[in-house]
Every structure is written in C-alpha cells, then in structure tokens.
Design a protein around this ligand. Structure first.
Ligand code: SF4
Length: 217
C-alpha cells in the first residue's frame, strides 16, 4: 500500500507484492486483459489426435496419475473446430503433414501449438528418413517445444504451464498485440501437395527458411 500522500500506482504498473498487499485488505484489482487471459489460459482444449509413440505419453498425461485436468486442459476435443491447442505428438511423416496443416487451418483463432518430442521438433531419430518431415514448424507456428524421445507426461505438463504463462502475457491491443488479433495474421496456412519427390512446397516460405550450406570448392 502506498504511504499516506503518495500517489496510488496504476493497475498496470503494480508489482505482485503490491497486489498481494491489496488482496490481504480485501481489494482485488484486475484488468479486462488479465481476466480474459486468465480465463483462456485455464481452459485450454487440446485437439484429440496423436501421431506416434509420443502420443502414448500424451494419453498418460490425462490419466489419474498425472491428471492434466489440474491445469484445465483435460477436455480433448475430437473436432478441430472445438479445439484451441494442437499437441503434435509423434513422428510427422510427409504423407501425414498436409493433413496436420489442414487440421490446424480448421481450428479457430486464438490457437496454439506444442511440438512434443524430438520427432515433432526435428524428425528425431528418423531425421534422415526420406519420408519424415524435419519439424512441424516448417509449416505451422509452434509456441512451445518439448524435447525428449519421448518426453515424459511431466514434461508435457511443464510445456502446458509454459503455454499458460505465454497466454497470460498476451496483450489485446498496442504494439505487442497478440498475433491472432493482428489484421495481417493469415487465417489459413497453405497446405502442401504431394509432389513427385517431396512435398510441394517443402516448407512454408513465410514460416521457415532452411539454412544455407555453402559447398566447399
Ligand atoms: S520422439 Fe521418440 S518417442 Fe516421440 S514419436 Fe519420435 S521416436 Fe517416438
């Protein structure tokens, strides 16, 4: 609490300690932005689908032992139209990649993506395989990366809490406005086609640029 005569700090500039002090006096201060983000971060609905072994760990996270329900994220939805979190859990083959992008497009904004496990991040142990995508972030934006082969359920829960922290820090307006609120945010991402030798295009150029590897003369 400010000393007598001192100006009261604006809600947006208050420290957690000042808020806690006010709370002890029965005064709860918040903003519409905080309330909105708090509600969304504690009611995340993941899309119910899995791609490989990492999906077993994701399923385990929903069981009584790990209980993802504690974080408000237990309502796995079978329809992308009712989901706001895509957990890419497993190996993304090039045959499956266009379908994953299509599912992403069918999810309404605001939506988030967790790349769970080495395969979803980079192709993992199958990176050199001709048929495996070397990271889902070549096509869709990833908010949280969870390393491991496979990551344990606790790692998924940690990734989920990191995503919740990210959502709570989003701004509804201003220069740091959340991506999904910006008019330039693309409503849908291009879905790759099956080409003669690879996916066409092999990555979304707006999202990913492969590193250039200059050949030695
Ligand atoms: S990261 Fe490991 S456990 Fe997960 S899908 Fe790939 S091979 Fe399976």
């Amino acid at each position: 609490m400010p000393a007598p005569g001192e100006p009261f700090p604006a809600a947006g500039t208050m420290t957690d300690a000042e808020r806690e002090e006010l709370r002890r006096h029965g005064i709860l201060l918040t903003s519409l932005e905080e309330l909105y983000n708090w509600g969304r971060s504690n009611s995340i609905w993941p899309l119910q689908f899995g791609l490989a072994c990492c999906a077993i760990e994701m399923i385990a996270a929903a069981t009584a032992r790990f209980d993802i329900a504690r974080f408000g994220a237990e309502i796995f939805r079978p329809s992308p139209r009712q989901a706001d979190l895509m957990i890419v859990s497993g190996t993304v083959t090039k045959k499956m990649a266009p379908l994953v992008v299509r599912l992403w497009n069918q999810m309404p904004e605001p939506k988030y993506c967790i790349a769970m496990g080495a395969c979803a991040i980079s192709g993992g142990p199958f990176k050199q395989g001709y048929n495996v995508l070397k990271g889902i972030d070549r096509y869709i934006p990833v908010d949280i990366y969870i390393p491991g082969c496979p990551p344990r359920p606790e790692a998924l829960l940690h990734g989920l809490t990191q995503l919740q922290a990210k959502i709570r820090g989003e701004h509804l307006a201003g220069p740091d406005q959340a991506q999904h609120l910006r008019p330039a945010n693309p409503g849908e991402l291009p879905i790759p086609d099956y080409g003669a030798h690879d996916l066409e295009p092999p990555h979304n150029p707006a999202r990913f640029s492969p590193p250039s590897l200059p050949r030695k003369a």
